[in-house]
Design a protein around this ligand. Structure first.
Ligand code: CP
Length: 337
């Protein structure tokens, strides 16, 4: 049985095969010998947090493969959930992941789960405790629909979009931090950096001082890049980062230094508001780069209207590609059972 928790659990060749399969789905073919490979099967989709793209594309993807999506929202349409082992459950949590997951596994062929970082305790959240609890107790494949540390479905759709728009081979891809009124989780930048490194791209990560990604994550990014023959560059100079770029990927994230102290961080990040935004002037420094973002995005905060509405913007293609890669992932993990 194979989970899809992070792209780093999969080889570059396997990720390329998933993208090939997604491209085939996009062309209308699919790589299945059956037209409805999930016929008679259900997939649970567990959302602890809001979603547009992930929820809609997973529900539609399961449906288009012939299956039945079962959407659950702990604390909303299902019981509040405890994930820690050994706790006395005399607080506000009604059910433990140990039962929740094992019950669902009796009904469903796979379980997708979205569980954001709470942005309270870095050392705890960097271990992805809720996702880990799902993986620990599940007897069916778990698909990560964005956890505290990873958003692998998004990253795979992003790699597919880069290949579609720019062709195969190494590209200069820039992951740039952008100002946002509040600290956000790191799952998207983590997974983008990781997947781009696995694909052998020249990866530039631009952020202000104090916004470094996790050390262990960066160790893996560097290792994967070395294996794939790529290159990793970190810079605090946003203007220099854009020079010669083939793709600009904008995302805001929180600082580990002020993790759990949002008011303090909001004060500190205010100085970056004017500089750390994707605008036409910066895009003009690139090699005719495409503009990428996972969405949702705050217009004229992360990126100006003139860039997101320009021909360079591929944000809607990235969102579409979520559907195709997730169908490919479901096909793969369900056929490997
Ligand atoms: N990019 C992404 O995961 O979008 P949603 O949060 O709307 O699912």
């Amino acid at each position: 049985m194979r989970n899809f928790l992070s792209t780093s659990d999969w080889t570059r060749a396997e990720l390329e095969q998933l993208i090939d399969s997604a491209l085939s789905f996009k062309r209308g073919g699919g790589d299945s010998r059956q037209s409805k490979p999930l016929a008679g099967r259900s997939v649970a989709l567990v959302f602890f947090n809001p979603s547009l793209r992930t929820r809609a594309s997973m529900q539609i993807g399961v449906y288009e493969l012939g299956g039945n999506p079962v959407v659950l929202e702990p604390g909303g349409t299902s019981w509040t959930l405890e994930h820690r082992d050994g706790v006395v459950m005399d607080g506000d949590k009604t059910e433990h992941v140990a039962e929740f997951v094992r019950v669902l596994a009796r009904y469903c062929s796979a379980i997708g789960v979205r569980t954001f970082a709470a942005l309270k305790d870095w050392e705890e959240e960097r271990a992805d405790p809720v996702l880990a609890a799902f993986a620990k107790y599940s007897e069916v494949p778990i698909i990560n629909l964005e956890s505290a540390m990873h958003h692998p479905c998004q990253a795979l759709a992003d790699m597919m979009t880069i290949r579609e728009k720019l062709g195969a081979g190494r590209k200069r891809v820039v992951l740039t931090w952008a100002w946002h009124p509040k600290p956000l989780p790191m799952a998207v930048p983590n997974s983008f950096a990781l997947a781009a490194a696995q694909m052998g791209h020249e990866v530039v990560i631009a952020h202000p001082n104090g916004y470094e990604l996790d050390d262990e994550l960066m160790k893996t990014v560097r290792q994967q890049s070395a294996v794939a023959g790529g290159r990793i560059e970190i810079t605090n100079d946003i203007e220099a980062a854009f020079a010669g770029a083939d793709a600009i990927y904008a995302k805001s994230w929180g600082s580990k230094q002020f993790y759990g102290k949002p008011e303090k961080e909001i004060e500190v990040r205010a100085q970056y508001r004017e500089t750390w935004i994707v605008d036409e002037q910066k895009m003009a420094r690139t090699n005719g780069a495409i503009f990428m973002h996972c969405l949702p995005v705050r217009r004229n905060v992360i990126v100006t209207d003139s860039v997101i509405d320009s021909g360079a913007s591929v944000v809607i293609d990235e969102a579409e590609n979520r559907l195709h890669v997730q169908k490919a992932i479901m096909m793969k993990v369900l056929s490997d059972e």
